[in-house]
Design a protein around this ligand. Structure first.
Ligand code: AMP
Length: 255
């Protein structure tokens, strides 16, 4: 389904029939991390809607919007195979004169919000729009984007959205790297260097001096620049660049 109005009338009909949809919002290029969100969504026993939308509002100038992987047909097939009820892939969600935004003003400020100004305003705006279009009563998010998860939880609480937010733990590939659509940007050689990130962060999450230790260890990885390593929500969270590719990850502290 591509049409936003059609999505909203289907969502409203499902609600009238007492079937409260579960939403899994994504930007596509689906991988095992997304599939674990879908599996969790299915456990709710309600219609599962997966949205695929590369949201221009959450990309800053000079970021990777133009080259972000778009694998629409493969995504649709993966959702069909996973038993998703509605695959919602709108072409565009914003009118040319769109001028309304949702902002969360405390949790959005640090970490990724610092190096990506406007990012969480874009995320909050699209999530609210997707909730309105799908009429979802439950939405599933990954811990992979820990700051995004806390921003969404805060906005749902602050603005009294009748939506339950369900978090899902991070899924990792064999080398420990968290699945991410952006991993496609890594060459095999860059990927080897990137694999040091989860190794170092996992170890740091067990140390009392974790933040400083991880920053020092990461800056020894060739071509690695640390954006931040900070504790938040009981997790040690980090963002780095491997050459020009930005990666984020986190581990529960003390685990
Ligand atoms: P994205 O398509 O990157 O916007 O991600 C869509 C959703 O999938 C977000 O809630 C992410 O946190 C979640 N997600 C992405 N990668 C992973 C992963 N490796 N494990 C668990 N959830 C993930």
């Amino acid at each position: 389904m591509e049409d936003a109005e059609e999505m909203q009338s289907v969502g409203l009909r499902l609600r009238r029939e007492g079937a409260f949809p579960v939403l899994v919002p994504t930007m596509g290029a689906l991988h095992a991390g997304h599939l674990s969100l879908i599996e969790r969504a299915k456990e709710e026993g309600a219609p599962v809607i997966v949205s695929v939308y590369v949201n221009p509002l959450q990309f800053g100038a000079g970021e990777d919007l133009a080259v972000y992987p778009r694998t629409g047909e493969a995504d649709r097939q993966a959702c069909e195979a996973a038993g998703v009820d509605i695959f919602f892939a709108p072409r565009d969600l914003y009118a040319a004169d769109h001028s309304s935004y949702v902002t969360e003003e405390a949790l959005s400020a640090g970490r990724c919000g610092r190096s990506r100004p406007g990012h969480f305003r874009g995320v909050a705006t699209v999530v609210v729009k997707l909730l309105n279009l799908t009429q979802a009563a439950t939405a599933v998010f990954g811990w992979k984007d820990a700051q995004q998860l806390s921003v969404i939880r805060r906005l749902v609480r602050d603005l009294a959205f009748p939506v339950r937010i369900v978090p899902v733990e991070i899924q990792r590939d064999r080398d420990g790297l968290a699945w991410s659509s952006r991993n496609r940007y890594l060459s095999p050689e860059q990927r080897e260097r990137a694999a040091a990130f989860p190794r170092i962060l996992a170890e740091a999450a067990r140390r009392p001096d974790g933040c400083a230790w991880a920053s020092a260890e990461l800056s020894r990885v060739p071509g690695c620049r640390v954006d931040y390593v900070e504790e938040a929500d009981g997790r040690l969270c980090g963002a780095i660049w491997i050459d020009k590719i930005r990666l984020i990850d986190n581990f529960p502290c003390g685990a």
